[in-house]
Design a protein around this ligand. Structure first.
Ligand code: AMP
Ligand code: GLY
Length: 423
């Protein structure tokens, strides 16, 4: 099968890696990526097409004879790139622009959750500074202020400082059509659960945990994600079934009922509070970096199941098989991330890391300089994945990989999966 993957990150590198594996032993699929990155180039043919340009993506898919297009990031989905691909007659894994509003507008997501009876944080939608101040005082600290629209994981401020909460509110409102949510604070461990769906049938993947804050001990600002692990040895055995029944299935049914069927992956970000699981966020795509650990454990070839989801045949797909292994991923971020990022620093040691048993390195913000050297370009530069018999072994592998890599000024967390692997 010829498959085109849209995106540039380590999530897409992980997708390409998993999609390359064919259904029959020894078989592989032909991979293309747009625009891709230097790591993806080892597995797929790269095409210099703007991922936000639906018409260009659709004509590329037609030109190469793609039989499946997989759209990685949220921005092209919200912009309707999946619609353009489907209009060209090619199966596409990813929701329509309208359905991607589950991620693109937090206010819309709250409306769907309310209609579907899905447990989530109470929230006020605000469009003026006064409304923000009133909502902050109604909930009290810790304050949670969220940009309504897409903000690459950086739209949320959680703080005890009322002035900081008001300041973030003012920044969100200053944007064109600015709106925000002030939410009740949810306490408890967070879980990311990806549910594949064709708009009717829901197939959950294994859950993962993400580390959103920039620094060890969950200090520093929120980021797109600094590391992840799977499985979750501390989770209740029935957690996934419970989330499918209480969150995924009702949400997918509500979207279908409104005539906005959601197909692709519904990313459910949850807080396991003392009062039960609550949805923190929906995303309309795979999570980054959680995908890197979840796909490292998936034994079933990914291409067949994503095609089944794209074609509305997920009910016929065989049950997913998982490796009895654990995976840990650590993000190496550029100097300054998540604030002003420094680009152009040279990266070395990837081959040495890749050569370690149970380790593979995925590219995100990398680019080849004019002289052919690999340099950093972007906030999250690499994710190093370690796989092992248990979380402790996977963690050791991942950090051994990280230790082989040199990137001047870079930073990474040293505590990814630490408490889970010693519990
Ligand atoms: P979001 O963009 O909605 O995923 O939020 C990013 C991160 O902010 C989440 O992963 C949480 O760590 C934190 N967060 C968001 N909403 C809440 C909430 N209501 N209570 C506590 N933390 C939250
Ligand atoms: N890791 C969080 C996200 O992908 O949004």
């Amino acid at each position: 099968m010829k498959i085109l993957v849209i995106g540039t990150g380590a999530r897409e590198h992980a997708l390409v890696r998993a999609l390359a594996v064919g259904e029959a032993v020894g078989e592989s699929h032909e991979l293309h990526a747009a625009p891709g990155n230097p790591g993806i180039a080892a597995l797929a043919e790269l095409h210099a097409v703007d991922p936000m340009d639906g018409a260009a993506v659709a004509s590329l898919a037609v030109a190469i004879g793609a039989e499946l297009v997989v759209v990685g990031p949220e921005a092209p989905l919200v912009a309707g790139v999946a619609d353009a691909v489907r209009a060209a007659g090619i199966p596409c894994f990813g929701p329509s622009g309208e359905a991607a509003a589950l991620e693109g507008s937090k206010a819309f997501a709250k409306e769907i959750m309310a209609a579907a009876g899905v447990p989530t944080a109470m929230a006020h939608v605000c469009t003026t500074d006064d409304e923000v101040a009133d909502a902050l005082d109604a909930f009290g600290p810790p304050y949670v202020v969220k940009d309504d629209g897409l903000a690459a994981g950086k739209g949320v401020v959680v703080t005890n400082d009322r002035a900081e909460a008001l300041e973030h509110g003012a920044v969100c409102l200053a944007k064109q059509g600015g709106a925000l949510l002030v939410e009740e604070y949810l306490d408890g461990p967070e879980v990311s659960l990806f549910c594949l769906t064709d708009g009717v049938t829901v197939v959950p993947l294994e859950p993962a945990q993400d580390f959103k804050r920039a620094h060890d001990g969950d200090a520093g600002p929120n980021t797109g994600g600094m590391g992840a692990y799977s499985p979750l040895p501390w989770a209740e055995p029935g957690l996934v079934d419970d989330i499918v029944a209480r969150v995924a299935q009702p949400t997918i049914e509500e979207m279908a009922r409104r005539g906005v069927p959601f197909s692709g992956v519904l990313y459910i970000g949850l807080a396991l509070t003392s009062r039960g699981p609550r949805v923190v966020e929906f995303n309309a795509r795979f999570g980054d970096p959680e995908t890197q650990v979840v796909l490292a454990r998936l034994a079933t070839p990914l291409a067949g199941v994503l095609l089944a989801a794209a074609n509305g045949r997920l009910a016929d797909a065989p049950p997913l098989r998982w490796r009895a292994q654990s995976a840990v991923t650590v993000v190496i971020a550029a100097h300054g991330y998540p604030q002003a990022v420094r680009s152009g620093d040279p990266i070395t040691g990837i081959e040495a890391a890749d050569a370690l048993p149970g380790v593979h390195v995925l590219h995100a913000g990398t680019v080849l300089a004019d002289d052919g050297a690999l340099v950093a370009k972007g906030g999250r530069v690499l994710t190093v994945v370690g796989v092992g018999a248990d979380l402790a072994a996977a963690r050791l592998a991942a950090y051994n990989g990280v230790a082989r890599i040199e990137l001047p000024g870079s930073h990474h967390r040293t505590d990814i999966a630490q408490s889970a692997s010693t519990a």
